[in-house]
Design a protein around this ligand. Sequence first.
Ligand code: X8Z
Ligand code: ZN
Length: 598
Amino acid sequence: MHHPLLSLKKTIPLLAAGVVLTAMAAPSPVQERADRFLALANAGYQGLYRVNNEAQWLAVTDVTPVHDAAAETAAKAAAAFNGNPALISEARELLTHRAELSELTVRQLNQLLLNAAEGPMTNPSLVAARVEAETKQASILNSFEFKLDGKPITANDIDNKLDSSTNLDERRKVWEASKESGPALKPGLVKLRDLRNKCASELGHHDYFALQVAAYGMKTEELVKLHDDFLTQLRPLYLQLHTWTKYKLAEKYHQPVPKRIPAHWINNRWSQEWGGLVDAANIDDRFKGKTAEWIIKTAEQFYTGLGFGPLPASFWTKSDLYPVKPGDPRKKNTHASCWHIDLENDIRSLQSIEPNSRWFYTAHHELGHGYYFMAYTRPEVPPLLRTGANPGYHEGMGELISLASSQVPYLQSRGVLPADFKADSTAFLLNDALAQSLPFMFWASGTMTHWEADVYAKDLPPDQWNARWWQYVRDLQGVEPPAPRSEEWCDAATKTHINDNPCYYHSYAFATVLKFQLHDYIARNILHQPPQTCNYADNKEVGAFLKKIMEKGGTQDWRKVLKDATGEDLSTRAMVEYFKPLQSWLEAQNKGRQIGWD
Ligand code: X8Z
Ligand code: ZN
């Protein structure tokens, strides 16, 4: 394994001589000590990261007791190193001299301490208990079999039925079937909440939510306020969309107009995206005749067109991209993810791609992670900092490309839409808002963020979990369950991330805000096209712009990365402007209608 020692070289241009000489700056003794320490820390981190990831990959792509046992052992080995008390105390000691250390060094030490808090070996039995509980929870989640009328139904088929069924009784049955995993997952989640909180507090964080928020350099209250502010700024548009949607769906299902939208009327299991509502922008039929292989290859082509290299060859042999074939007893996680197995070139994606628009956008999203991995895998970025500028940046890259891949000119260039397709621009903008942006914010900044903050930071008692969940869905999303949901259910736990990526989901809301800022900059300043109809395809300048952000990894503060790239601070300005043409259109449509649900 090759590890970059920190570069202490400074280049000093000697203009008179017309040459560039390289002089060694004298590093301080404490910097030298940190360099030696971090060489060891990075090596151990990367080595165990790979061993652990290999085992986790096997466990999620083929759930068996043997793979679970191996995953558990590997996770314990990784924690034994990453959470080692000697590492923790040396990192802390070095950070007391932070003024004498380079920024890159300080960032690595901070990251090391965040990693250590995931499995602090100052309390080995706690770490063992957490790893065991995590493994068990993942195993239940990844092998859960949903049933409809007593027959197994895949997650893809649940989603497909919710996309297409116009029968409300059937929709309700499917929706209710999708909630069956909650009770199976609740006991493990109750246990994990406490174990995760104890791990975080072992190293001085208030709770596990606070630990995840520390990756943004923020406190919990600050982060929750940031998300509340997003929602305040977006609420006028959301209320118009919500009103338009409930009238549209009431008409579709021949029902009286409700105050809040019944959850089973919406195509997404959690009402997180409101797709399929705008007929003139529905491109699902256009994927008939395309294959799942075409989807992932086309996604790769998006990136290579921007000037990025092809995915590593091993991506194609080691990834697990397609659904398990009917009759094959293998159980695998059905949610999409992308993995940087060795923090080098072993990049894999887990998906269950079917040829439809959902997987088309998801494939573009996942490769955003893949290309981010590739961009920061370079000697200048030490393994500990092979991360996004913050987790939201990682999600934002994929979301940006999803947005770009939904633009009509791009869809035409890939033969999804015919060359002579006459787009109804309002319909496409409305669909963008509903299916990729606004309801998603009220779910991600709203329900998910608030519920997890309550559960982890405020220790919400488990007998109030479901009531609190639906309180947020009702109040923030304006959605309600088809019938009351008592505490025997744990509807939050039906969402993958609640189990296997806790206190992370706010990153997707961050990503949504970020994607509009980056998109706005690209459309106006690089493409010189309107943000609502522009085409990134094959534009190398766009690629260079994105690469500059991604190749930094976690070496700079995320605020600086954004400011340097766009000249702007984080803001919903770009998102609000993008949808501005919709606001007056919606107001006209909604004239005389009751807006909102209170
Ligand atoms: O989980 C994902 C990705 C994997 S990182 C498919 N997303 C969120 C979700 O599905 O809930 C993408 C956007 C929202
Ligand atoms: Zn993602």
